[in-house]
Design a protein around this ligand. Structure first.
Ligand SMILES: [Zn+2]
Length: 60
């Protein structure tokens, strides 16, 4: 059985992984995140943290 490792953000196939006996015809998909999307997500996360300024936090 072969499994496609697909980035769930950009749907890019990153690699294939063989499970069990080789030569199987069944295929499956497993989702992960690729390095470029990981960087993008982390950047957005850090940006969203920086958007909350200390003075705004105090007034909440
Ligand atoms: Zn991606």
């Amino acid at each position: 059985m072969y499994v496609y490792v697909v980035c769930s953000w950009c749907n890019k196939v990153l690699r294939t992984k063989s499970l069990g006996r080789p030569g199987g015809i069944k295929t499956g998909v497993t989702h992960t995140i690729c390095n470029s999307c990981k960087e993008e997500v982390m950047r957005e996360y850090i940006m969203s943290l920086k958007q909350i300024r200390p003075e705004q936090r105090q007034s909440l």
